[in-house]
Design a binder for this molecule. Structure first.
Ligand SMILES: [Ca+2]
Length: 292
């Protein structure tokens, strides 16, 4: 009897120790940068150029222009200058656009960095491919980012942090990969407000080859041997298909590197594993269904 009580005590102690020693998951950050930045076909992509309060090369249009303040802003992500769009009410949409030449069969991506206080951002990519028989099709590809942060009950009745949407003080990436169909030689790249009140800024816009270099920063979740980083992989989902594998690593406290030339039309995930078998993942691009 006495022996069994003692044994129980030992088991309890052993379990407590196991819990204390449980490995912590690594932290991982992934940032995609276009592999071919110089091949960006957009003019004034960093919004550095403007005439008074209007951006050069970007044109604003809406069925109700009075619903918007559409201007160049000195606010910028990495350098001064961005597109700024203040939408007074959700009764009408409006877009900044730029038309670029494209080649059928091209695999392109459109990216931008956005900051928004509320409303709905639409990345709107359109064209009209010409068929051999002379008829035209409609090319229409979209990506959305939505924020509820300016919901009318906030902040008096609901704290802003409880409302869905990106942090209004942070720039976030939007991303859409497309393939240019046969017969399409022009693409209209649009960024704007889709029927939602709020304010948004758009900067560092890219339209070019759909390839990215992914900057990865990973750190072990704790100090123990089990926490050490043993592998860094990039996976394409669904699948998953392994598109990059560091191979076994020697139990590192941190890992930093760039995986170059990845296909940006795939949904990519960085996976960092530790010695205990724990792992963490980070998306390379925002969710393909949009940001909410
Ligand atoms: Ca800028």
């Amino acid at each position: 009897m006495r022996a069994s009580v003692l044994r129980g005590g030992l088991v309890a102690v052993a379990l407590t120790y196991a819990w204390l020693a449980a490995a912590e998951v690594p932290t991982v950050l992934a940032k995609p940068v276009p592999s071919h930045l110089a091949a960006n076909v957009l003019v004034n992509a960093d919004l550095g150029e403007h005439a008074t309060d209007q951006p050069l090369a970007w044109e604003f249009g809406s069925a109700e222009p009075g619903n918007f303040e559409a201007t160049w802003s000195a606010e910028g992500r990495t350098a001064p200058g961005s597109l700024r769009l203040l939408t007074h009410t959700g009764k009408m949409s409006g877009y900044f656009t730029q038309r670029v030449e494209v080649t059928p069969g091209d695999a392109l991506m459109v990216q931008a960095w956005v900051r928004m206080t509320g409303g709905k951002l639409l990345v709107w990519l359109t064209g009209s491919p010409l068929l051999p028989d002379g008829t035209r099709l409609q090319f229409d590809q979209r990506y959305e980012a939505q924020s509820m942060k300016t919901f009318f009950l906030a902040p008096t009745w609901i704290k802003r942090e409880y409302l869905r949407g990106p942090d209004p003080d942070e720039w976030f990436l939007v991303h859409k990969a497309i393939e240019i169909p046969a017969g399409m030689t022009a693409l209209k790249v649009g960024f704007g407000s889709y029927f939602g009140a709020g304010e948004m800024w758009i900067d560092d816009i890219y339209c070019g080859p759909a390839q990215v270099d992914v900057e990865i920063k990973a750190a072990a979740g704790g100090e123990g041997d089990g926490d050490r980083i043993t592998r860094v992989e990039v996976l394409a989902i669904p699948g998953p298909e392994i598109v990059h594998d560091s191979g076994p690593l020697d139990g590192l406290a941190a890992w930093e590197g760039v995986v170059a030339g990845l296909d940006a039309s795939q949904d990519l995930i960085v996976k960092v594993s530790s010695a205990s078998g724990e792992y963490s993942t980070a998306r390379v691009f925002p969710h393909p269904r949009g940001i909410q």
